[in-house]
Design a protein around this ligand. Sequence first.
Ligand SMILES: [Zn+2]
Length: 389
Amino acid sequence: MIRRVLLLGLLLLLLTAPFSVRAESDISVLNSAVEIDFPNTLIFNLEVESRADIVDARLHYQVDKMNYAQVTSEGWPDFAPATTVRTSWSWDMRRSSLPPGAAISYWWTVVDAAGNRLEDTARELCFDDGRYEWRSLTESDTTLYWYEGSDSFAAELMGVCEQGLARLAQDIGTYPERPVKIYIYASAGDLQAAMVFPREWTGGVAFTEFGIIAIGISPGHLDWGKRALVHELTHLVVHQATFSPYGGLPTWLDEGLAMHNEGELAPSLEARLENAVAEENLISVRSLCSPFSAEPEKAYLSYAESYSLVEYLLRNYGQGEMLDLLTLIKQGNTYDQALTEVYGFDIDGLDTRWRGTLEVAAGEPAQTVSWSRRGSLVEACSSFQGGSR
Ligand SMILES: [Zn+2]
């Protein structure tokens, strides 16, 4: 029965379609160009005419990003009714911002005083940072854009991305959910100038839902850049894999996975962890579920502990368990519930077991200390999780 009603509806739609097209032909769009004033404004221009006064024009747009439902937003430009209307609607990025390279589809609907209504065809645009001449390099689903540095600079960065993605697949079992775009700015200053509300410590940002990373790497700081890029890429992939309306990962797990995938642990962080163990000054795992302290010393120790915690879980339990943990958190379980179901202990149980291995390790020669093997802090990490996360 439902199918029959649907068919009838479709038939009616087909029958009425030609009439509405004829009625709409009175209104015509003369111009629908877009201007980008990156990173501040996106201006949608409209020039439209009809035989009767145009009384209503509105912009409809959809942003291409991960979402729980397709969202269409509207913009209402100001204008006085007339047979020819030139108007525009500006998207002020101070209210809600877009990363470089974000894709948008948009269309206009226009109504005149005679009751004619036109729905214009949808168009696509990319919120590109046109202040630089970007070059690009694509490998499978990853595209890297850069404007300073040689081809080999870009190839080297692409190489670490591919290795980073392969390690994520192997160690944790996660993959990007959509193509990844990476914008390499030539410095932290250039990156900050590309953001509406930059924070002075921002060195790289993962716009998870868009599949976009923006990061400042000068060709002279390639080693730092490679680590920082893998760190942000890991945040991006892990956030996509755990994208849900229920809330994010505990900070220690999020940062620990990014650091695990990044490489060797910086000696300065290793030393801080050793000191904290010796002085019985470790921050509890439960505290590390929340955003880290802004106090530098506490932040460094938080990163070092996060790295160590993830190493502990991966070394002692493996990939399948880590993926199960991420999945259970994604499904809305509390951190305690998810840990208990996968590992048989909650946050406090993890804290006790992990501390036990550190105390044993602290008594051994440095080269055999398991948690001192890998990872390095990306001090400028600011992975971005928008919306309800
Ligand atoms: Zn991070």
